[in-house]
Design a protein around this ligand. Structure first.
Ligand code: G1P
Length: 292
């Protein structure tokens, strides 16, 4: 049976970014750069590569730089034209989403990830959709969301990207309870718990910030039930769909970077710079000079 295509993606970008203060006092954390591209651009390009046609941002106050970033910059383009910087100009135009394909709505209060996704319900409508959390970036030839879409085309239903974490870190993630072998690449989800204590975690398989979800999730999110940390959790609403639809976790291929922490952010910068022909040799030389 042909599955409904995944055409829309939700990007929850309302978070305050307190872990990156003072940088995020006046700049959205999603605009912090990995080498020379803002975090949000990596994630939007990933979505585009997975076939996404509509980009739904759930923003908040102080996030207008994101809107400007995905808009045409006439004066800048004119200046680049005047100075004959054609290559820079071409790059600037290459990733700009098509006119009318980006929409914004605001999460007025920080009530949790589940609430942020719920804010997009009218924009998503009645079709399966993707959620991408810009704090996480996965480095691989096949973009992480594309990997999930390929799985979805076989399994249908909900599909989430998963990876193993050390047991002492389970309280930082949504954790899966799986039917059968939890070391398989594709696992069937039997349960989900948001941020369980290590001694209570049903496994060490955690949810990464990439989801393909059935639109019924909005009915459950609409209950506004509070979960871990007193927040409306996406994980709790997903739990209510288990048994009603196929629900799979997929161990994605690639290197995950947690760009929501200073160390993860620094690592991502180094890892992505080492992939750049114009930077890698000089960067390696520099790293070798560090007496560490
Ligand atoms: C969110 C989700 C959690 C998931 C994590 C991945 O948590 O609630 O289930 O494992 O993203 O980064 P947050 O990082 O927003 O606390």
């Amino acid at each position: 049976m042909a599955m409904k295509p995944i055409r829309k993606a939700v990007f929850p970008v309302a978070g305050l970014g307190t872990r990156f203060l003072p940088a995020t006092k006046s700049i959205p954390k999603e605009m912090l750069t990995i080498v020379d591209r803002p975090l949000i651009q990596y994630v939007v390009e990933e979505a585009k590569a997975a076939g996404i046609e509509e980009f739904i941002f759930v923003t908040g106050r102080g996030k207008s730089a994101i809107e400007d970033h995905f808009d045409k910059a006439y004066e800048l383009e004119q200046a680049l034209e005047t100075h004959n910087k054609q290559k820079v100009l071409a790059d600037l135009k290459s990733w700009l989403p098509a006119a009318g394909s980006v929409v914004y709505t605001r999460q007025q209060e920080p009530l949790g990830l589940g609430h942020a996704v719920w804010c997009a319900r009218r924009l998503v409508g009645d079709e399966p959709f993707a959620v991408l959390l810009p704090d996480e970036i996965v480095q691989h030839d096949v973009p992480c969301l594309k990997q999930l879409v390929e799985i979805y085309q076989q399994t249908g239903g909900n599909v989430i990207a998963v990876f193993s974490v050390p047991r002492e870190e389970t309280d930082r993630y949504g954790i899966l309870d799986v039917a059968g072998d939890d070391s398989a690449a594709l696992v069937e989800v039997r349960g989900l718990v948001e941020k369980p204590r290590p001694d209570q975690a049903p496994s060490t398989l955690s949810i990464t910030g990439r989801y393909i979800l059935m639109p019924e999730i909005f009915e459950h999110l609409g209950d506004h039930e509070k979960g871990a940390g007193g927040e409306i959790q996406l994980t709790d609403a997903m739990t209510k769909m288990i048994g009603r639809y196929p629900f799979h976790g997929y161990r994605f291929k690639g290197q995950r970077h947690d760009c929501g922490s200073a160390l993860g952010f620094l690592r991502a910068n180094i890892a992505f710079a080492l992939q750049r022909d114009d930077l890698k040799d000089d960067l390696k030389d520099y790293i070798r000079t560090l007496s560490i």
